[in-house]
Design a protein. Sequence first.
Length: 432
Amino acid sequence: MNLISDRTSRIATENAFKVGPYIVALENAGHKVIKCNLGEPDFPLPAHVRDEVKAQLDKDNVHYCDPQGILPLRKAVAKYVGEARGLEYAPEQVVVFPGGKPPIGLCQQTYCNPGDEIIYPSPGFPIYESFINYVGARPVPLHLREELGFSFTGADLEKLITDKTKLIFMNFPSNPTGGVASREQLEEIADVIKRKCDPNIRIYSDEIYENILFDGSKNYSIASVAGMQEKTLIATGASKSYSWTGGRIGWVVFPSVDEALLFKNLNINYFSCIPPYNQEGARVAIESPLSKGSIAEMNTAFEQRRDFVVNALNNMPGVECQLPKGAFYVFPNIAGVVRNMKIDEAFAALPKDMQKKTSPSTLFQMFLLWNYQVATMDRKSFGQIGAENMHYLRLSIATGMEDLKIGMQRMADAIADEAGFAKFMEAQEHFS
Ligand SMILES: Cc1ncc(COP(=O)(O)O)c(C=O)c1O
C-alpha cells in the first residue's frame, strides 16, 4: 500500500516559492540578490487599511464569523465589482476566500468531473495547470500569442472547445505577461463561447490585477458582455490592489446564489471562516476614497520602472520585450540569448532525466541567479504543457528603481558572459 495518494503525486507547484530558499542561501553567503521574482507589490499596506485592522483587533474581532464572508464586506464587494463592470450583483452571490488562490482549485473540484476539459492560458498563473491534474480533469492549454500582446482571438479559443469543455480560465491583466484585453476582443471571445460551449460552461475570470493598469488602459471583464454574466465567475481580492498579500483576503462573485452557497459550504469544510479583522480591513480598502490615491501612487512607480526595464531589456542583444499594459511583470523573449550563448546546445547535451527537470530558459534563469544574483522566473513556471521550445523569463518590477538598475546591468553582463555560462554548465549544479 502506498503512503501517499495517486492524486497528490499529480499536483505541481508555484515555483515563485521554490526560488526563495535559493535566494536565502545566496544572501547567507554574503551576496546582494536583486529580487525580480516577486509576485507582490513592494509597498506598505495603506495606512487607512492598517488603522482599521488595528482597530478591529482592539475590539477583539478575532472570533469565528460567517463562513461565506462577513456581510459588510460582501455588500462592499458586490457594489464595487458590479459598478466597475456595469453589472448588478447581490451580496449573496459573493464568497470571501483566504486570498485569490484557493477558489482556483475549489472551482475545478466543484464544476469538473474526471475527464472534463479545462482551458487555461499558457503562459499563465501556474496554479490553473497544477490543479487540473490533481482533480483528474484534462488540461487544455491556450497558448497566448506574443504578436497579439500575449492574448488570443476567438478563433484561437474555438479550436480548443469540445463537448467536454467545462471551465475556461481567463486572466487579464495577465500574470506573467502584463497583457490586457480590449472590449472588442472580449466580445469576439464571448461570441465563440456562446455559440460553441455547453450552456453549463463556466468562465473563471481572474481579474486580481484589475487596478494595476498603465497608459490609461482599462480593465474590461468578459462578464460585462451581453449573455456572459450568467456564465462568469469574477475573482479578485486585496493582495495586489492594496499591497496586502499576507492579509489573505480574496473574493469571487458567482453567477448564482446557489453556486455561492456551494462554496460557502466548502469554506465551512476547509477554513471555517476567514479572519474577520482582515475582512473589515478589506471592506475599508474597497470603500475608502483614500484607496484611489494609494493605487495611483503604486501605478505611477510601476509605470516608471516598466519603462526603464523594458528599454534596458530591449537594448540587450538577443532580448525582445513588449511593453505590458498592466500587472507588474515584464515577459521578455530570450530566444536570441538562448541561441547566442548556445544554451540550447548545452540543454540538448544534458541527460534525458535532467532535461525533464529543466529547460533552456531555466538554465539561463539559474545562471543569472547563481552567478549574477538576479532572481527571475523561467517560462516553465507558467505552464509546462506544450511550452518546450518557448524561451522567456518573467521579471517582476515590484522592486525599487535602484535595485532594478543594478539588476539590468547584471543581466546585460550575464548575457555577454558566454565563458561563464560554459563553466556554470561544467559545474553540474543548480540546473533547476
Ligand atoms: C493571476 C493570479 N491569480 C491569483 C493569484 C493569487 O493571489 P493571492 O495572493 O490573493 O492568493 C495571483 C498571485 O500571484 C495571481 O497572479
